[in-house]
Write a protein that binds this ligand. Structure first.
Ligand SMILES: C[S@@+](CC[C@H](N)C(=O)[O-])C[C@H]1O[C@@H](n2cnc3c(N)ncnc32)[C@H](O)[C@@H]1O
Length: 202
């Protein structure tokens, strides 16, 4: 299990996330980031090339050492610091970031409610959470399959969940969602219902 978790899973994640279909989402999201940015679950660093000069620095957090090494090799025009750690216990002080970014990560974090609380804690008042995530679809017929397949899916994808109600979870963490677009990306409906948006810490 150790070798699978530490080597095979990170390699599979990195390969899957290189999908070119995801690139426009990355570009749109990174373009809205500004100031001091914390990227949660930075993975192999695929958003890093898209940050604009309005970003002063990026701190990338991820529990997977192998992915952090890959992120360190990405081209980035902004100062970058990579930190090993988990979103449920962010090893950083309160209210010190202007932007928190998550892309296809809230699906995987085991204690996602706790992690969203931590993201809120490290954001400055008025700071924004930018997110692109896949999650629970609106149609009951798709939801049924998402719930059914989830246990098996999680086992083979390093803990990814198909059926998290992302917008609801973000609101429950006391963020105000200021912009939200939802819809299917190309591919099987169970895995491709996207939530893309911005939420503010009040
Ligand atoms: C599907 S990958 C997405 C990676 C990257 N955000 C991207 O868009 O390419 C999910 C990421 O979440 C990270 N992750 C898993 N559990 C986490 C946790 N508890 N805290 C922070 N990141 C976590 C994984 O290591 C992985 O890098």
């Amino acid at each position: 299990m150790g070798f699978y978790q530490d080597h095979i899973v990170p390699s599979l994640i990195s390969l899957a996330m290189r999908n070119r279909v995801l690139q426009p989402y990355r570009q749109r999201l990174a373009a809205q980031a500004e100031g001091r940015v914390l990227e949660i679950g930075v993975g192999s660093g695929l958003n890093l090339p898209f940050y604009s000069p309005r970003v002063a620095e990026v701190l990338g957090l991820d529990p997977q050492a192998k992915l952090l090494r890959m992120a360190g090799r990405q081209l980035s025009s902004v100062p970058l610091t990579l930190v090993g750690g988990s979103a449920e216990s962010i090893p950083l002080g309160d209210a010190c970031f202007d932007t928190v970014v998550t892309t296809w990560t809230l699906c995987t974090i085991p204690k996602v409610v706790c992690a969203l609380g931590e993201m809120r804690r490290v954001l400055k008042p008025g700071g924004k959470l930018l997110f692109v995530e896949h999650g629970l679809a609106p149609e009951e017929s798709v939801q049924r399959w998402q719930h059914r397949l989830n246990p098996l899916w999680r086992r083979f994808t390093g803990g990814c969940n198909l059926d998290r109600p992302l917008a609801m979870l973000i609101r429950e963490a006391e963020f105000e969602i200021t912009h939200l677009e939802t819809g299917y990306m190309q591919g099987p409906r169970m895995m491709t219902f996207m939530y893309e948006g911005c939420a503010r810490k009040g």
